[in-house]
Design a protein around this ligand. Structure first.
Ligand code: HAM
Length: 418
């Protein structure tokens, strides 16, 4: 779990403001759900045999003996909130986004944390393939606006309750009946019994070569799923969104039906998924009597930032121009103390040292450390002349400005600098 501050946090904030804008451009409004949920919210819906539910949930038994979980993912919490507030009863498709911390007790490594931030979008009440294409196009827009160029969009269909069990049988038969069965890693040998589709997205080299020879799920879809899958592709082509078909994308959560997709970056190393998502038409039934379709995605903020940093080399964040006030003597102190708040109230980022014993050299040193754009120096001489010395720190240029004009002068300069 990470502490966030300083320049790193400024880079986060730049991205956060892009997220809010792009989600809003696409007609998504924000939703914030609590960090703690009842355990049933996830165990039922994400799937009892998934890694998340089996091993990764932070569970808390509270004083009333209720078992609560720190949210490991956003979609189940979102669906709980939708049903609780009857949001699916509102007219037409509904679009929501979230930007929230998630918690998974995983083995930490680069790009894999125990508290991490996800931004995600969910579109409910629209069963059409165009809705799936919209979500993928939204992610493409988000990543590009953020400045990510090197990412790949992989698309698959995991079928529905009709065709997936049949494919599952075909796959298990293939995996068990073939000599390559021995090539599977120990975990995949277990998966074969409980979640055979997950063998397809195992990262292990020998499992990958088995997956490459395995029957492909798109060849085993029922005709409505097949038609849906091809229309998603047609829509993405019409929108000019680059993607590739990848029949090994099966996702690690149980609620998906039809489209499943992942966004990866070669800049990330082993944990190369920037984000993932898909359609989850059966999920609402886990939360009550209502049945309504949904499709969505979530991306990992830390991974997005790692990929950006790898591409751009940890770019210095853009800072707001700022002012540092340097009083020399008690009269100047009182004058600048008042001025500093006039400037703050006028919306100019301003700081003044309250250490009355500090000499000019030390004040300027501090102003330099703060990366201030201007320093305003006033001593008794300046007060006598009713003028201040305004120094532009980058160039060293100094100007004498009438005391009554400082705020106007700096406001005008500031407007030019932003
Ligand atoms: P997910 O694939 O489990 O999907 O997570 C989405 C993204 O969250 C991953 O691709 C990754 O970037 C990031 N992520 C996951 N675990 C970690 C971790 N331990 N440390 C850092 N980043 C991590 C979901 O969570 C689904 N709810 C997505 C979805 C939304 N499907 C439909 N709607």
């Amino acid at each position: 779990m990470e502490d966030l501050f300083g320049d790193a946090l400024l880079r986060w904030q730049r991205i956060e403001s892009i997220l809010h804008t792009v989600f809003s451009d696409y007609g998504f409004s924000e939703i914030r759900t609590p960090a703690l949920e009842k355990i049933e919210v996830f165990s039922r819906s994400v799937g009892d045999t998934t890694d998340i539910v089996e091993k990764q949930m932070y569970t808390i038994t509270d004083v009333s003996k209720e078992v609560l979980v720190l949210r490991p993912e956003g979609t189940a919490s979102f669906m709980r909130a939708v049903v609780e507030h009857q949001l699916h009863q509102l007219a037409g498709p509904q679009r929501y986004y979230y930007y929230l911390p998630m918690f998974r007790h995983e083995r930490p490594q680069k790009g894999r944390l125990r508290q991490f931030y996800q931004f995600g979008g969910e579109l409910i009440q629209d069963p059409s393939p165009e809705a799936d294409a919209e979500i993928i196009c939204l992610v493409d827009s988000l990543f590009r606006k953020i400045g990510l160029k090197d990412f790949r969009t992989r698309l698959n269909s995991v079928g529905c309750v009709d065709c997936r069990p049949k494919y599952r049988e075909v796959l298990v038969q293939f995996l068990k009946g073939h000599p390559i069965h021995d090539n599977l890693c120990d975990q995949c040998k277990l998966r074969l019994e409980r979640a055979p589709l997950r063998v397809l997205d195992c990262k292990n080299e020998s499992c990958r070569s088995v997956a490459a020879q395995a029957p492909r799920i798109p060849d085993h879809l029922c005709s409505p799923c097949s038609a849906h899958h091809s229309q998603v592709q047609t829509s993405l082509k019409a929108l000019g969104v680059p993607f590739e078909n990848d029949s090994t994308i099966v996702r690690g959560l149980d609620y998906y039906t039809r489209s499943a997709f992942e966004f990866t970056s070669s800049l990330l190393g082993a944990q190369d998924a920037l984000g993932g998502g898909g359609r989850y038409d059966g999920l609402s039934a886990q939360f009550g009597k209502a049945h309504f379709p949904g499709v969505g995605f979530a991306a990992g903020m830390e991974r997005v930032i790692l990929a950006l940093d790898a591409a751009t080399g940890n770019e210095a964040p853009i800072r707001r121009p700022s002012i540092f006030l340097a009083p020399l003597g008690p009269r100047a102190f009182d004058l600048l103390f008042k001025l500093s708040f006039d400037l703050k109230r006028a919306g100019l980022q301003t700081e003044m040292s309250y250490d009355r014993a500090k000499g000019l050299k030390n004040i300027l040193k501090l102003a330099d450390k703060r990366d201030s754009t201007w320093t305003v120096v006033i001593g008794d001489d300046e007060i006598a002349k009713q003028k201040a010395l305004v120094k532009e720190m980058k160039t060293g240029t100094q100007s004498e400005i009438a005391l009554s004009e400082i705020a106007t002068f700096l406001t005008a300069r500031m407007a030019r600098a932003t």
